[in-house]
Write a protein of this length. Structure first.
Length: 277
């Protein structure tokens, strides 16, 4: 499996190389990239499935760092893989942790979704200020404003940090790894197209129907999103911008080929839509 055909705009070659359900599809779920909608629909198509997650009790424990919690959840998933076969799995699991703690990661078909970096970062902050995020109170104590959030280095370039194969990888290394090892990369800004393409690979082609988890407004996450703010967020997340631009360009090249065959009459209207995140 690889994205070589997609990169070279050879859609049929790409589909031929990556089509099929003989291996487990693993969705590397980067926060606030429409992943809840995406994961839910794919999990309904491919059973049995599993979501690597930190349960609510463990998530609210302030004594254990988040990184340790996700490592423990990933190891639990690895143990389950010795007992049963899954057709689809997902989780907020960076590639580096998948490589380190899942014995069979190389046998999986890796997929992910990307989002325009500035909009993703803003959505990430807005979501974490709401009760839907288990530790939102602790989050607001640390980051009472979006400005404070922007100053935290570990919260920038999250797409790059999720997808880089090692801690010392450059963005060029990251792109090379994703092209070589991933079966699919989609974009929120091309969500219906992305969904149709990945389900075509899974031999279950269809259009998306579920748009879930719209972030609620509150007094903490209302602020003006000006062009100047967007530019500043993109500058802080420059590695994410490079990663996003690379795959946006490649997916745009094959847009017409993917949408030339209409699955149902509402497809073209949906092509401009995005799920709520």
């Amino acid at each position: 499996m690889s994205l070589a055909g997609l990169v070279d705009a050879k859609l049929e070659d790409y589909i031929a190389e990556n089509r099929g359900n003989d291996q487990c599809w693993f969705f590397v779920h980067i926060p606030k990239t429409a992943g809840s909608s995406f994961r839910r629909e794919l999990a309904a198509l491919l059973r049995p499935n599993y979501n690597v997650h930190i349960d609510r009790d463990r998530a609210s424990d302030p004594q254990v760092p988040h990184g340790q919690k996700i490592v423990a959840a990933t190891r639990e998933f690895n143990a389950l893989l010795s007992e049963r076969t899954y057709r689809f799995a997902s989780g907020h699991v960076p590639v580096s942790l998948l490589k380190a703690h899942v014995d069979t990661w190389e046998d999986m078909k890796l997929i992910t979704m990307l989002r325009e970096p500035a909009i993703r970062a803003i959505s990430d902050y807005r979501y974490q200020t709401t009760p839907a995020h288990p530790t939102h109170r602790q989050f607001l104590e640390r980051f009472p404003t979006f400005e404070a959030f922007l100053k935290a280095p570990h919260l920038s370039n999250r797409m790059f940090n999720f997808l880089r194969p090692s801690q010392d990888a450059t963005v060029e290394d990251c792109i090379e790894f994703v092209v070589e090892r991933f079966a699919f990369v989609g974009l929120v800004e091309m969500y219906p197209l992305s969904f149709r393409l990945v389900t075509r690979l899974m031999e279950e082609e269809r259009s998306p129907t579920q748009y879930v988890r719209k972030t609620e407004d509150n007094e903490h996450n209302r602020f003006d999103v000006t062009p100047e703010l967007l530019d500043r967020v993109r500058e802080i997340n420059s590695l994410d911008v490079m990663l996003y631009d690379y795959f946006h360009d490649r997916l745009a090249r094959i847009r017409d080929q993917v949408t030339s065959e209409v699955v149902d009459p509402t497809d073209h209207a949906r092509c401009s839509g995005q799920p709520h995140t």
